[in-house]
Design a binder for this molecule. Sequence first.
Ligand code: UFG
Length: 336
Amino acid sequence: MISGGAGYIGTHTAVELVGAGFGVVIIDDFSNSDAAAVEGVRRITGVDVPFEQVDTCNEEALRAVFRKYEFDSVIHFAAFKAVGESVSEPLKYYRNNLASFMNICALMREFGRPNILFSSSATVYGEPDALPVTEQSPRQPATSPYGNTKQMAEDILRDCCAAYDGLRGIALRYFNPVGAHPSALIGELPRGVPQNLVPYITQTAAGIRECLSVFGSDYPTPDGTCLRDYIDIVDLARAHVAAVKRMTGGRMKAGYEIFNVGTGRPVSVLELVEGFEKANGLKLNYKIVGRRAGDVPAVWADTDLANRELGWKAERSLEETLRSAWAWEKHVRGME
Ligand code: UFG
């Protein structure tokens, strides 16, 4: 069962799971997505993937889903994710992101379902003392309620796995997910002005935004712009398949594990912009402006543990990824 399965990462994960032979049920409340996303999953897979419109915070409605479907694993994506909004509306974030996850954990226990995969984030590392970050790198105090909900949910999962017999948990810490499915039938669809770099770039290329602002060029990095680890969305989705297989295939006893999901390759904002221009043969209108509050200069993943234990590795090139991002934007805008 995939909660938040109509979202950006959820849809891509559903496609890869179906492709790997898993039966999947998607639930979503459509608070940040719509039925077209589920249709995209069905079109790509050719499978009439079951869907239930349910708010994961509604325990009774969620219980009905547990009664109706016999899944043994949950991937929990359903959450709000706008960092800035979480600062102005902390209760909205704590209530939604934590209540929903506690409902999932409680119902897994109630129904004796063993496997929980939680969607965490590299945001838990804050501004790291050493790079790349390993799963042992200390978590830093969260700088936003959003980041705090990721840390708190990780702890909830860890404690539940320690306390409740037979419960297995994996937290995947994503770096920066980008790109879209090669079919261009699913992808990231931010509502309003995009906060993240790649959707802002593709919307600028499409003429919806006038100009990309590059936030800061005076960071202590080779070209002065921030370094991030941009992970292709299909590669990221496949990490979930590997993690589910680990939980269902007898390789993991009870307990709790954490894996970084990134490429291990730092890329600057300017490199990403230039990579986008080159991959798609176009020029992007951009200007350098001041730093954005809260940005860390650099963070990228040590991926050894995931490579070794999950038998998973990022495969798509940045060029392919940035081509897929543009193909998706053109599809959404009817530009083909
Ligand atoms: N950036 C720009 N211009 C923009 C948008 C972003 O220059 O219009 C820059 C940012 O300053 C940053 C880089 O592009 O250097 C990446 O920014 P994103 O907003 O795409 O991604 P972040 O690394 O800031 O955010 C991601 C996730 C969050 C998570 C955060 C912290 O999207 O969910 O990492 O780990 F909280």
